[in-house]
Ligand binder design. Sequence first.
Ligand SMILES: [Ca+2]
Ligand SMILES: [Ca+2]
Ligand SMILES: [Ca+2]
Ligand SMILES: [Ca+2]
Length: 484
Amino acid sequence: MSRRLLPALLVLALLPAPTLAKALPIVPDGYFTDWKKAGKPHTDPLGDAPDGRVDLGKMWLANDDDSLYLRFQVGRDTLLQETGSSGNQLRLLVDSDRKGGTGLPVEGIGAEIEYRFGERQLVFYDRDGNGVAASPGEGAVLGFPTHSSGVFEVRVQLPAPPKPGKRRRVRVVLIDEGGDRLPDGGAVNYRFPKKKRVDPVEPLSLDRPSPDSVRIVSLNVERSTLIARQELYRRLLRALDPDVIGFQELIGWSSAQVVSFMESALPRAAGGWSAQVVEDVVVASRFPIVAFAAIDANIVVHIDLPDALTPHDLVLFDAHPPCCTNDPGRDREVDHLMATWRDLLAESGPFPVDPMDAVTLVGDFNFVGFRRQFDTIVNGTFVDPANGPDFAPGRDNGSLAVATGRHTHRRIAYTWRNGPSSFTPGRLDFIFFSDDVASLEKSFVFDTASMPEELLDTLGLDAGDSLRISDHLPVVADLLFSRP
Ligand SMILES: [Ca+2]
Ligand SMILES: [Ca+2]
Ligand SMILES: [Ca+2]
Ligand SMILES: [Ca+2]
């Protein structure tokens, strides 16, 4: 080895090692099993952040053809899209052509993309460093989960490569302003793999997996657009073909009006539809609703499933707890929902049910705040001990399960989006279920925006219809209940 090479090699040794390139079919949704085959992470030390601030830890990188994916630890339960004591001042800088001379000269790189998570500001820079602000609501950057977490997965759509087909190299820096930096010096280098490509997404058909499945749908109809656009909603409902649907934000109709609308959309040979309404939450079911009760402004119904299908009945909660920064209101309502399920199991609820009946909770849960509300539902842990004691909502299985389906034609899982919003598209709508007496056959989010023309033609829908219908997307779960 020549003496002249030695200093150069020392400098190289001090630079952060390039993170292993992995083309992976990541679904940005807040669930991390899709990262199992990710390469070695870049590891930032713990304990190098000021008190009370995020402490960046491991960061994994992956890619597909046009996006970079990041999964990173923040050291504490953090609201990704808020500043303040539970939020962050995180700033993500992506040098998408790995050239210091293009983009914004910052932190030793030339960044084409700058995203401030807590402040919800997204800026793209051209070659000369001129910035253009973009609306985070358009979804060029996505971060999940939408509720607080200690680890996030983020998708960043990259500008087109300078020469199509050329191997892409990027650099990434993540800084909590006035706090931690990842990496401590320089930038994390990432080179897209030479040959490995991510397979095209496998479309999920709208068909029911089996004739015995019960299809459950949740849909927020954004300030009663259903009443104003009934013909469009009829076509949507024929495409979704629900057995039971929980609407939210549907105000102004009696249960008889809901039944008459459902009959017009999906006529049933026998029995007909039944419906119950509490404030803006409405449950419609092709099976008889034999009891219901209001819990705050939410509803629980007892649905008599056919004996030929299953010995169990279905207890279904349709929820729409308050939005946005109203964590205390959400804490309270979610606590009350689960206290009701605990009481129903103990045969002291608002109506009698069999303690082995199935349970599902559907709705627009507005989980944009603290994850403790999600935990209350899944694990039966109450925020307010006065609503306790904690219990196992899934009986012997402990927790409830979540229908985590993605969009039918994209590796995307948000259920709410609003282009002009400073908030990135998020997952606010959920279907939870007890997986001891029910099993999930299929789940998906329905969005006409990503459906092929031929499918839309058969459904009588246009690509723009989902946006015309609501800022929320329908979430669908096909459940198979235990046989008699
Ligand atoms: Ca994921
Ligand atoms: Ca750190
Ligand atoms: Ca650059
Ligand atoms: Ca650091």
